[in-house]
Design a protein around this ligand. Structure first.
Ligand SMILES: N[C@@H](CCC(=O)N[C@@H](CS)C(=O)NCC(=O)O)C(=O)O
Length: 119
């Protein structure tokens, strides 16, 4: 299987996938840490892929999405964005809407708390 095939398989067989530097338990970059923190706080079940563990995946995910940086969030096979976009979508409520539209379980109360803390 090529790296592109493996990535496609990963994002289609897992509802929510975060390509990140480090792991959800131990992020190794502030941007990755922010997105992982939001997902974990919102109670979203997601698969983390540590791009630092495989240089081919690190480059391959950028080619796959045509997006130059890590982290990268995928929901039901669709690329959502990186840290800036996920932060904006969390604060605007668009991320809640996306999870609702795609049937992904999350805590609205937790999302509201993030918004209250950033108001
Ligand atoms: N503004 C970006 C910040 C992410 C970013 O700049 N990532 C850099 C540093 S961690 C990156 O992935 N560089 C390419 C690489 O390290 O392969 C976002 O919203 O996600």
């Amino acid at each position: 299987m090529s790296v592109q095939d493996t990535i496609r398989d990963t994002v289609t067989t897992n509802d929510v996938v975060l390509f990140m530097k480090g792991t959800k338990e131990m992020p190794q970059c502030g941007f990755s840490s922010r997105v992982a923190g939001v997902l974990t706080f919102m109670g979203v079940e997601y698969k983390d892929v540590n791009v630092l563990a495989d240089e081919q995946v690190r480059q391959g995910i950028k080619d796959f999405s045509d997006w130059p940086t890590i982290p990268q969030l995928y929901v039901k096979g669709e690329f959502v964005g990186g840290s800036d976009i996920v932060t904006e979508m969390t604060l605007s409520g668009e991320l809640d809407q996306l999870f609702e539209d795609k049937g992904v379980a999350y805590s609205k109360e937790a999302a509201d708390k993030i918004r209250e803390a950033n108001a």
